[in-house]
Design a protein around this ligand. Structure first.
Ligand SMILES: C[S@@+](CC[C@H](N)C(=O)[O-])C[C@H]1O[C@@H](n2cnc3c(N)ncnc32)[C@H](O)[C@@H]1O
Length: 170
């Protein structure tokens, strides 16, 4: 993981506690932006980034709602690495999440890593189908359930998948 983020700028989507982005910062990301749309979560992210400011430097927090084109316009093509965990869980928001990835990934140097706990196959399949039909993104998805306990599963019936996404190399 060090090599994936060291010396790179990192954008975390739907950050929650911000753990993922804070770890990326601690292991060498040059700048890290934690994002979410929920006001309470954004406050928590500020607290968590302050508490961890000695080990996680150059971390900032910004509101980013996948339903808002305004929020994402200044982030297009800007971050080397885009990360997210446990963001594919609601069929009503997955299409907007996917559209946002298409909007943010505009440079061939960018990579996105989206980890998903698969609670319902249909919900995750919706995401992979959107990725596979994308005219601009290419992706591969692998089962990383065996990497547990890195990803702690609340339900042992769930698998954990990692989708690696980039701009189509054409
Ligand atoms: C299941 S939590 C995962 C949090 C964190 N990534 C983790 O793995 O612990 C989903 C997160 O996505 C955020 N979220 C949901 N809908 C969103 C949207 N439309 N725009 C931005 N963030 C959203 C939620 O506020 C929440 O923090």
């Amino acid at each position: 993981m060090h090599d994936l983020v060291r010396g790179k700028s990192v954008l975390e989507l739907g950050s929650g506690t911000g753990l993922l982005g804070l770890v990326c910062s601690a292991i060498g990301a040059t700048e890290t932006l934690l994002t979410d749309m929920n006001k309470d979560v954004l406050n928590l992210l500020k607290i968590n980034s302050d508490i961890n400011s000695e080990t996680s430097k150059c971390v900032s927090v910004k509101e980013l709602d996948w339903f808002s084109d305004d929020d994402m316009s200044e982030l297009k093509g800007k971050y080397d690495v885009i990360i997210g965990s446990d963001l594919v869980y609601d069929p009503d928001i997955t299409p907007e999440f996917f559209k946002m990835l298409e909007t943010l990934v505009t440079d061939k140097k960018q990579m996105a890593y989206i980890a998903s706990t698969v609670r319902r196959e249909e919900t995750f399949n919706q995401f992979t189908q959107l990725l596979e039909s994308s005219a601009v993104l290419e992706s591969s998805t692998m089962d990383i359930s065996d990497l547990s306990p890195i990803f702690i599963q609340e339900n042992s019936d769930c698998s954990v998948k990692l989708s690696i996404i980039a701009l189509k190399q054409i």
